[in-house]
Design a protein around this ligand. Structure first.
Ligand code: NDP
Ligand code: GDP
Length: 328
């Protein structure tokens, strides 16, 4: 039975990846940082019904010793580094923490793998945010990077360190340059989930409006379940590499609003308000990925389209709020 270690297992992708790996017959270990709110830890894993099938191990991205000890003891075959301070907007408020967790944290994991399990296969969660102020209308593995936030700069450092560990130490280290991917398990601070939660509240009479920032920004949104499949496929390849993972369709925040509100029978123009305070110091105006390499080499293709994704998210948020209303 192969063993996989996932950092960031309590996040959106960690939960879906754990579910995929369990289904593929893996023993799944997850890094868990200590929290005073231990009663709500693992909410996403519980939602997927897999919490009891995972071994959670005490450690932190900032603590190299904990990472070395875990990897030394369990000798995983595959290590997926998904942990990060992952919210772009927060990265301007906490640039140093973002650099430490999202940037240096990745190097801690790479070091731990190099020291304790150099034959393990390593996955780094790189991001389309690294393209930032885009240098090509559609971005692929050869497009130059231009990060536009402390988050993107930290991810770019981690990305290049992954490439360097591959080239310097012959680690089987791959990097997935993933475009935005969403699901009912997406953090509520991200725009798609904020919108679908807002739609559910308005539909159920719990709110009257939804305040958003820049409605013109465009993203290439896919479903997280599709994207974790690409991560796994990267580590099944004989040779490591870097892959863009995207749908190739770019949609504005305003258009996502239209789709999500329409799913609940509402007209978004009646409810969405623009709050200039929610605009960012520097914006990534538009992203659109070209996943031709992932399609050709990994045989990967997204299965869920944007309308189905929005519908699934709205339905899940309606169900959550209805359940809360019932329990008072
Ligand atoms: P989430 O924000 O949902 O999850 C982040 C995870 O990192 C959580 O499990 C969190 O733990 C953990 N974490 C944060 N800080 C630490 C720390 N100091 N020590 C240990 N664990 C820590 O992110 P997603 O699941 O959406 O994304 C997964 C990865 O992919 C991230 O690296 C993200 O930046 C990247 N990415 C995501 C994209 C997307 O669209 N979702 C696009 C491209 C890249 P806790 O639960 O305790 O907070
Ligand atoms: P990101 O691409 O990782 O930054 O993902 P987000 O979901 O946080 O943001 C996507 C885009 O939505 C960005 O261009 C934001 O400026 C834009 N946006 C507009 N209004 C909001 C909002 O209220 N919250 C968030 N998170 N983003 C918003």
């Amino acid at each position: 039975m192969p063993t996989a270690l996932i950092t960031g297992i309590t996040g959106q992708d960690g939960a879906y990846l754990a579910q995929l790996l369990l289904g593929n017959g893996y023993r799944v270990l997850g890094l868990l940082r200590r929290s005073a709110s231990s009663d709500i830890i693992g909410e996403r894993l519980r939602w997927l019904g897999i919490l009891d099938h995972i071994e959670l191990l005490d450690g932190d991205m900032g603590d190299l010793g904990s990472l070395v000890r875990i990897i030394e003891k369990h000798r995983p075959d595959e290590v997926y580094n998904l942990a990060a301070q992952s919210f772009v907007a927060s990265s301007w408020q906490q640039p140093l923490l973002t650099g430490m967790v999202t940037g240096l944290g990745a190097v801690n994991v790479l070091e731990a793998v190099r020291l304790a399990a150099p034959r393990a296969r390593f996955y780094q969660a790189s991001s389309s945010e690294m393209f930032g102020r885009i240098q090509a209308a559609q971005q692929n593995e050869r497009t130059p990077f231009y990060p536009r936030s402390p988050y993107a700069a930290a991810k770019l450092y981690a990305h290049w360190m992954t490439v360097n560990y591959r080239e310097s130490f012959s680690l089987h280290a791959s990097s997935g340059i993933l475009f935005n991917h969403e699901s009912p398990l997406r953090g509520i601070e991200f725009v798609t989930r904020k919108i679908t939660d807002g739609v559910a509240r308005i539909r159920l009479g719990l709110a009257r409006e939804l305040c958003l920032g820049n409605l013109e920004a465009k993203r290439d949104w896919g479903h997280a379940r599709d994207y974790v499949r690409a991560m796994w496929l990267m580590l099944q390849q004989k040779a490591p590499g870097d892959y863009v993972v995207a749908t190739g369709r770019s949609t504005s925040v305003g258009e996502f609003c239209r789709i999500a509100f329409a799913h609940a029978g509402l007209d978004h123009r009646e409810f969405v308000r623009v709050d200039p305070a929610l605009f960012r110091p520097a914006e990534v105006d538009a992203l659109k990925g070209d996943a031709a390499k992932a399609r050709q080499v990994l045989g990967w293709a997204p299965e869920v389209g944007l309308e189905a994704l929005a519908a699934e998210m709205v339905e899940a948020d309606l169900a959550r709020h209805r359940a809360r209303q019932k329990t008072g």
